[in-house]
Structures are given as structure tokens and as C-alpha cells.
Ligand binder design. Sequence first.
Ligand SMILES: Nc1ncnc2c1ncn2[C@@H]1O[C@H](COP(=O)(O)OP(=O)(O)OP(=O)(O)O)[C@@H](O)[C@H]1O
Ligand SMILES: [Mg+2]
Length: 319
Amino acid sequence: MICVKGKISRRGILFPTKAQRAQSFFSKFLCVLCAFVGNSIPLREILPFTQIIKSNFTRCTTYKAIKPQMIKLTNINKTYHNGSPLHVLKGIDLEIKKGEMVSIMGASGSGKSTLLNILGILDTYDTGKYYLNNMLISNLSETKAAGLRNRMIGFIFQSFNLISFKNAMENVALPLYYQGVSRKKRNEMALEYLDRLGLKDRWEHLPNELSGGQKQRVAIARALISQPQIILADEPTGALDSTTSEEVIQILKEVNRQGMTMIVVTHERSVAEATNKIIHIKDGLIEETEIVNDMKERKGRNNVNLKEISPSSKIIYTI
Ligand SMILES: Nc1ncnc2c1ncn2[C@@H]1O[C@H](COP(=O)(O)OP(=O)(O)OP(=O)(O)O)[C@@H](O)[C@H]1O
Ligand SMILES: [Mg+2]
């Protein structure tokens, strides 16, 4: 709240002075700036440094900035035309903010994977609008789509999708190959990511020489290596037993806590409850959005301790 003094006309209307108008404009500008920065910044701390706003500034509460948007879908429709037309998505509206961890639940065939494929630019939509990080995703050439996917999105699948004849290190390094990174550099980075996920000693193993949980950790390392903006996971725990599922979801949660936006499709309530928000899809429409309360979300929070994910630090992995 900002109070300004001004001239009072004969009718009692407050007219701000030029300086006050400038102050008001500048305050609004700072608010927008704060929103972009995405932090909670007390204006009190910023304003004294400006020359414009001085004596008229009486009280300022902490400005809670709005998190910027990562995904915005408006009225997305998708029909498959193999055989008789199948209208799968029937007008999806969805907003996901940067740093959110969201799950998508729904009956088999309700359109969850179709939606995730559209979000991951693996498939196209018919009508509506899809903005990824404020960029309209529409009519992209395959090359451009592949470039965006490689730069911005990490994928994790139920069936791991590892290349069977490549070892763990080569699988993790693959996204960097498509980015033109040299073999030496990409292998070094792959080993670093495997190390962070507690798998360095398994780098030479082929996928069929790894357990389900280990395969999924290799897949997570592969998704993270290109430092994407968003992770899309389609039933990441679907092929795992309950203990290994818990382990994998705690890794994903830790990655999210370190700032990564994450969308997880799941059939398991316990997995969904580990996220901040559950989106329920029914017959191609969002039926309900459920906010997971803190108590549920806190369950098992201390099960995994991953150190900061930054290129120079290691994840210490303890269950
Ligand atoms: N490429 C395709 N061509 C034609 N129909 C498709 C295609 N992909 C999916 N479908 C159909 O679209 C519907 C939604 O499929 P989708 O894979 O999105 O469901 P889902 O919610 O992920 O289901 P599940 O939980 O079983 O994975 C299904 O009826 C499916 O048969
Ligand atoms: Mg599916």
C-alpha cells in the first residue's frame, strides 16, 4: 500500500502532482519487475535506492511475487484419425507455473499420455493454444520441435526407453550427442550425473544388467543431463515395486525442490500425493484440480537427501 500526498481541488478531488504520478508509475514498474524476478522482495528494501520515491512513501508490505508461467494450455483439442475419428482431448485448459510439481491422474484411455505427448512436443494438437515458457508451440517443423525438446524438456517413461546395446554412461550421454557435444565431454558429464544418482560404479552395465530402479535412475540422469526447463514423466513408477517407486519419486521430488518444473502422469495415489497438485482427467477433460495439502506432501520428505544439483556438486543419495 502506497500513500501519496496531492493537491486537493475545490471539489475535494485529489490530484497527484507530476512527481507523484512518476512515483506511482515507477512503483508499478518495480512490482512487475519483482514478478519477473520471481522472488519475494520487500519493496521497502528496493525503494530507498531510487531517487524518485522518498518522503511520500509511508508503508509498504512485502510484495509476494507471482511465479512465472511455464505451461499454458487453452482449449486444447486432439482427435486421432486412425480408423473412425477418436476425439481424445476435448478442450483442456491448464496452467503450470515454473517450479511446480504436478501430477495427472485418470482412467486408462482418458488422454493422459496424449496430453503429455503434446506438452513434450512429441505430438501436435488440432485446435487451441499451447504456450511453453511463453512461446507459442504451433506448426513447428520436426527440426525445430526436436531442437526445442532437446533444449527444454527431459522425458522419463514407464518402460525406461534405454537403448539396450548402449551402456549406462552412453545412454545418459545421448542427449548431449544430439547437441553436438564432444564424446569426451559428454561421457565425463554422464559419469558425473550417474555419480549424482548413486550409479557411478554401474556405468559400464547394459540396461539388462540393471534392476528396474537402477534403470529408472539412469533414465532420470539422461533426462537431467541437458539441464532442461521441465521434466515430463509418464508413469515413471509404473514398472517398479512399491519400495523402488518411493525411492524414484523421492528423487524426482528432490530434483523439483531444486527448481525443476515437473509433470508426472500416474495411476498411483501415493505418487500423486507426493506432488503439489493433482489434475484429474476424465474423458478428455479436466474434471478436478486437487491441491495436495502440506501434511500429505511432507510425508516421507526426509527419506532422500540429494545434494544440490549443480554441475559442480554431487548428489549424496541416501534412502
Ligand atoms: N496414435 C494413436 N492413434 C490412435 N488412437 C490413439 C493413439 N494414441 C492413443 N490413442 C487412443 O487415444 C485414447 C487415449 O490414449 P492415451 O494413451 O492418451 O490414454 P492414457 O490416459 O494415457 O491411458 P493409460 O492410462 O492406459 O496409459 C485411447 O483410447 C487410445 O487408444
Ligand atoms: Mg498412458
